[in-house]
Design a protein around this ligand. Structure first.
Ligand SMILES: Cc1cc2nc3c(=O)[nH]c(=O)nc-3n(C[C@H](O)[C@H](O)[C@H](O)COP(=O)(O)OP(=O)(O)OC[C@H]3O[C@@H](n4cnc5c(N)ncnc54)[C@H](O)[C@@H]3O)c2cc1C
Length: 390
């Protein structure tokens, strides 16, 4: 696109954001997950989501037909820059926009795209991921949840575990075994199913942090429509892996806007002002911030270099490995700066912020397990990126 057209797009976008982004959405804060079970109570957040959805800015690069704005990669990067300029938060986030949406764009039927994508774009439906089972985590292809075709439906029986947000979700994308008599990778299918049915039960799991961000999910004759099979029957493994690349790249989350508003201020500065820090700790904080910013620039370069903003392939495991380590390092440096005050679990001796920081420190340990453990990412990098022998 000619530079002048991009310049015009920048000024139009800047004017639109200045007029429409509420003040309370500029800066750190919550980004809604969408869906019917957790209504948005903040009127500004509601208005921001509705305005962005109308404009196609919840999923800027999707086609207008699917609820996007049909932006080119260059226009999308400008939108991101302009959102960051005013520290605008994303209007909505979640596995709909980040994971199953882009997968349906690539592999869905026209009917699936029409039924699911616009509702994801408007933040009307919250999705969860039914992959892991009690005996199938890193070795995901060993999954046993069974789906049997029956007329216009599949009947599903079995159990998933660690299903993030299952109790708050409206729909699930789920890997199921549809042929138990072939090698394990060849009998798996990807289904979409409505969580609001009697055959689906969720049980939250409590974590060391005190939160319950994920659940066990049980299927007892649960139903999925035949036309909610994504791709071909028994060919779900490769599509399911592609979905993980969208998850690991974080790119599609970036596509949803600037979930984490940019800040020119070192995030440790305020903590250092309160708690103090010696030279060694200050050096650690600066080094972390340099790594974090370098990573974000790399992520941006990947978008710039990608064809039409497409998520890359197995290289996404490098991005996942780096982000997991960066997020844990961030919590670690913060805990070190807070010192004794960073150890507060409860009680009057600690502020709410200190207690939250302590719980976050424990909770963030999950990052090198979720989305595939660090060891599994290293295996993928060795085999699929570096081409080392199995
Ligand atoms: C916060 C969080 C959110 C999650 N959300 C979801 C979700 O929404 N949906 C979902 O389906 N799942 C979810 N998961 C599950 C996650 O994908 C699995 O926990 C992960 O894949 C590891 O599987 P596992 O827990 O069964 O551990 P295991 O596979 O049993 O692994 C145990 C240990 O062995 C190591 N290991 C295993 N195999 C190898 C190998 N070949 N080489 C080297 N080391 C190996 C692992 O690295 C790990 O340290 C979530 C997990 C977490 C922590």
């Amino acid at each position: 696109m000619a530079t002048t057209r991009l310049e015009e797009f920048r000024s139009e976008t800047r004017a639109w954001l200045d007029e429409n982004c509420p003040d309370s959405i500029r800066g750190p804060g919550n980004v809604p997950g969408g869906g019917k079970k957790v209504p948005i109570t903040d009127p500004d957040a509601r208005r921001w989501l509705d305005l962005c959805a109308e404009k196609g800015y919840t999923v800027p690069m999707w086609t207008k037909e699917h609820g996007g704005a049909g932006l080119s990669k260059d226009e999308y990067l400008i939108l991101l820059e302009e959102m960051r300029r005013i520290k605008a938060r994303s209007p909505v986030q979640g596995m709909g926009i980040g994971l199953i949406g882009p997968t349906l764009v690539e592999f869905g039927t026209d009917d699936q795209k029409q039924r699911h994508l616009p509702r994801i774009a408007r933040g009307e439906v919250r999705w969860c991921q039914g992959y892991s089972e009690p005996n199938a985590g890193s070795d995901l292809a060993s999954l046993q949840t069974r789906a049997v075709a029956d007329g216009d439906n599949f009947i599903i029986n079995g159990q998933k575990i660690w299903t993030s947000g299952a109790d708050h979700s409206d729909w699930m994308f789920c890997l199921v075994r549809t042929d138990p008599d072939v090698p394990k990778h060849e009998g798996i299918s990807l289904l979409l199913l409505d969580m609001n049915q009697s055959g689906v039960t969720t049980r939250p799991i409590r974590l060391i942090s005190g939160d319950s961000p994920f659940c066990e999910t049980f299927f007892d004759d649960a139903l999925a429509r035949r036309d909610d099979l994504v791709g071909q029957l028994n060919r779900g493994w490769s599509i399911g892996k592609r979905l993980l690349q969208h998850e690991r790249s974080g790119m599609t989350i970036l596509m949803g806007g600037a979930a984490k508003p940019a800040s020119d201020e070192n995030p440790f500065l305020n903590l250092i002002k309160i708690y103090g820090a010696d030279d060694a700790l200050i050096k650690q904080a600066v080094a972390h911030e340099m790594r974090d910013r370098a990573y974000r620039l790399t992520q941006r370069r990947i978008v710039e270099e990608s064809e039409d903003g497409q998520t890359p392939g197995p290289q996404t495991s490098i991005m996942e490995l780096v982000t997991a380590e960066l997020e844990k390092e961030d919590a670690n440096v913060k805990a070190l700066i807070c010192g004794f005050q960073g150890l507060g679990w409860e009680g009057n001796g600690f502020t709410d912020g200190e207690i939250a920081a302590c719980r976050h420190y424990f909770s963030i340990k999950r990052r090198s397990i979720a989305r595939g453990s660090n060891e599994v990412q290293k295996n993928i990098i060795a085999k699929r990126v570096l081409g080392l022998p199995d």
